[in-house]
Design a protein around this ligand. Structure first.
Ligand SMILES: *Cc1c(COP(=O)(O)O)cnc(C)c1O
Length: 412
């Protein structure tokens, strides 16, 4: 019996979501479309297996094949991120958030001082937000972007680090449209004797594709999700670290935070890493940057103010203050038009996180569908039309439904 016959309720809902994903312009910069092969690996009986522990040292029998899968995933991480021999890999974290918590757990004591980007300037919840376990457990002190340039101000970051002497400094962002100077971060960490940690969740695919500098090998620890620009499965993550931190971090992952790893996701991660080594992936990464630049230029031509004046990577942060519409209302209006973005705080935002002044958009998912610079002009004019007059949304939605049919999304 097929799922359609045995559980039509769930089957139909899956079909509806597939149709939604096919019909819209997906501009959320942390989302993407995984390949058919990644989907295939996730839906396998690997999900049945318990494999607590690490390859060769499991707490359950029957793990010969699982060990080979996990080791293959690890060796592909090494290749994709060009890891030196004295680096270690853990592919067991259940997601990006647990991966970060596990690094802190392995390398810090509760109450230790940690430095990271402010959430409202583009940090992540697990970078010490007050409502997150990390903010409740450690003494996070936050840096932000410069009020003038809206870019990272490394002199200011050094000043704060020098004053508070953090045990660890996190460099990693969810809404920062510019290239990160990891060398400068490392110098700051060295000057104050802090461990350097890069959370590259958003830009891992750009690093793998060679269009953004890598924090490896000079950082101490690097964490990443697989499901953003890297185009792997969600429900998994990677921790890479210098050997001297590996025992503490492995112990924090298992048994510190987690039980059995999700080997079906680890297999899917391995599949996506093989894809990330291909020439096509490099082209995709290059095209993401070209598309974002093109989209940014068109939006500016239409009178939108972009935070920091543009983008070097896969995302754009737009300030809607001069357009007399809030981030929340813009998100809603664009969604009605089949353009999916998310409302987002902008640096020094005067509004609340529930109804901020900005929206965040990115090009990874539409680049995976094969859209190029030419399509970015069209997308910018649709965005402009909807934000200028929300009543055009239903008409735009129809146009976009037709338009997206020319760009079939992987996996749907
Ligand atoms: C997405 C993201 C995470 C967390 O990932 P989840 O898989 O949603 O837990 C952590 N850090 C950064 C910088 C991210 O962008």
């Amino acid at each position: 019996m097929t799922l359609k016959q045995s559980d039509p309720e769930i089957y139909d809902l899956i079909q509806l979501e597939k149709k939604r994903q096919a019909d819209v312009l997906e501009l959320i910069p942390s989302e993407n479309y995984v390949s058919d092969d990644v989907l295939k690996a996730i839906g396998t009986p690997l999900i049945n297996k318990y494999s607590e522990g690490y390859p060769g040292k499991r707490y359950y029998g029957g793990n010969q094949v699982i060990d080979e899968i996990e080791n293959l995933a690890i060796s592909r991480v090494r290749e994709v991120f060009d890891l030196p021999l004295d680096w270690h890999v853990n592919v067991q974290p259940y997601s990006g958030s647990p991966a970060n918590i596990e690094v802190y757990m392995g390398l810090l004591e509760p109450g230790n001082t940690v430095m990271a980007m402010d959430l409202s300037h583009g940090g992540h919840l697990t970078h010490g937000s007050k409502v997150n376990a990390t903010g409740k457990t450690y003494n996070f002190v936050h840096y932000g972007v410069s009020p003038k340039t809206e870019k990272l101000d490394y002199t200011e970051i050094l000043k704060i680090a020098d004053r508070i002497k953090p045990k660890l400094i996190v460099s990693g962002f969810t809404a920062y449209p510019r290239e990160i100077d990891f060398k400068k971060f490392k110098e700051i960490a060295d000057k104050v004797g802090a461990i350097s940690m890069a959370d590259i969740s958003h830009i891992a695919g750009l690093i793998a594709g060679g269009v953004h500098p890598s924090p490896i090998p000079f950082f101490d620890v690097v964490t990443t999700t697989a499901h953003k620009t890297l185009r792997g499965p969600r429900g998994g993550a990677i921790i890479m670290c210098k050997d001297k931190y590996s025992t503490a971090i492995d112990k924090a992952v298992f048994p510190g935070m987690q039980g059995g790893p999700h080997e079906n996701v680890i297999a899917a991660l391995a599949v996506s890493l093989k894809e990330a080594k291909s020439a096509n992936f490099k082209k995709y990464a290059e095209q993401i940057v070209k598309n974002t630049k093109a989209l940014a230029t068109h939006l500016q031509d239409f009178g939108f103010r972009l935070i920091s004046g543009g983008s070097d990577n896969h995302l754009i942060l737009m300030d809607l203050t001069n357009k007399n519409i809030s981030g929340k209302d813009a998100e809603k209006a664009l969604e009605n038009a089949g353009i999916v973005v998310n409302k987002n705080m902008i640096p020094f935002d005067k509004r609340s996180p529930f109804d901020p002044s900005g929206i965040r958009l990115g090009t990874p998912a539409i680049t995976s569908r094969g859209m190029k610079e030419k399509e970015m002009g069209k997308i910018a004019s649709w965005i402009t039309a909807v934000i200028t007059d929300v009543k055009v949304a239903p008409d735009v939605a129809e146009e976009i439904k037709r338009f997206t049919k020319n760009f079939p999304a992987p996996g749907l």
